[in-house]
Write a protein that binds this ligand. Sequence first.
Ligand code: ZN
Length: 501
Amino acid sequence: MSAETSWTELETRMRELAELSRVVTLLDWDTQTTMPPAGSLGRARVTATIRVLRHRRLVEPRLGELLADLESSDIDPQRAAMVRVAGRSHRRAARLPDDLVRRISVASTLGNSAWREARAAHDFAQFQPHLEEIVRLKREQADLLGHDGERYDALLEAYEPGMRTERLVPLFEGLRSELRTLLDAIAGAPAQPSPLNGVVYPEAPQIRLANRILADIGFDLDAGRLDQSAHPFSSMVGLRDVRVTTRLYPENPFPSVFSTIHEAGHGMYDQGFDPAFEDLPLSEAPSLGAHESQSRLWENIVGRSRPFWERYTPVARELLGSDLGGMDADAVYRYVNRVSPSLIRVDADEATYNLHILIRFELELALLREELEVADLPGAWNDAYERHLGVRPPHDGDGVMQDTHWSDGSFGYFPTYTLGNLYSAMLWNRLAADVPGVDDAIAAGRFAPILDWLREHVHRPGHLLECEDLMRHVTGAGLSHGPLIDYLWAKLGPLYGISRP
Ligand code: ZN
């Protein structure tokens, strides 16, 4: 069979797999935004069925034959990349029986529902049996997928292909010690004030502000939409159907602004893949760390910058119909960059955020290594928070149950947040060197120079290269914590009147 004939058949199969994934994405979006709570058991079965159907298509021997055919043929770099990506998914999936795929899918959907209730009731005991089942299944899955003695690697591979625990441990240790130095310096400086005091910001104006910022920064609202959910997320239902959500707090309009910008960073990445490869393995990010580099770059480096708030303080005042507790642009800039060790990851500032991730990484690594069991997890969590952040959760709702990830089986996911932060700072260094006057552009509300640069260097290539290769290619540097730490000192040093030792 000619390579061209094999390619045509492979392409049809790859599109079908992507389309089945899109169905699951749409079901998940609906589950998290509009499904009535009583629908969860039925939804768990429907979602599991689609996942199993997709799994069966993915493991078909015919797909393996086509991939083997093309791996040994002379094909262009784009096709070679797609064969590499599809081949990896096929080989991983082939190690997992249908039955395990179904059990994991059902346990994840039910675990997620149980977690929602247990979290609201601050009652870990309700959630514990579900989490025990999920951890059992994830250990089993990791062993079937295969590893060199480190189960965690087998799960990490799904989110960050090529990354390994033995590389993360020293990378994160170096980061932790640099963050400690920074946080100790900040702890000795006067705290930044919090001028918001009890004023209520109604939903409609907050949503208007979110939509205004979405449109300004370049999220295409004809190919996307904004909804509300308990936990903000973005999902790519299709290249021209990208959905983001936000969460509103009545007494503080800023978290919604930042979650909107964060999810828009993800969403603009998804809207920016090359349309020529729609529903093929090139129209995806090479890893979740790469994806998070986009959301964090927009949320923190752009959205928490001084020029951004020079532009948007008057806009926020007008659209919210409020004087924001009397804050001018400088006060808002100081307010949104306050550093204070806290309990909740999603509300954490830029300087402490990664410590929340390192705690989760340590704990999930211990669970996979069977050095920790689920029953002991809440205590281990609380001790780790006390040790690393100096705070102790008053109950498990604000402690071990604050995140959704473990409830739906996403073990190995958390490190991608920190990798995304590291990559965002590396990318910004290069972007700021390539795009002169970027601060002036932000202050003028012109974001196209930033988005155009990201489109060209990060979005359009999609999964042509693996994440670390892409980042090295674009930035000329290897993965390290240096650029993020430099960025944090450059911003927080003047704000807190501290200098780097
Ligand atoms: Zn994100």
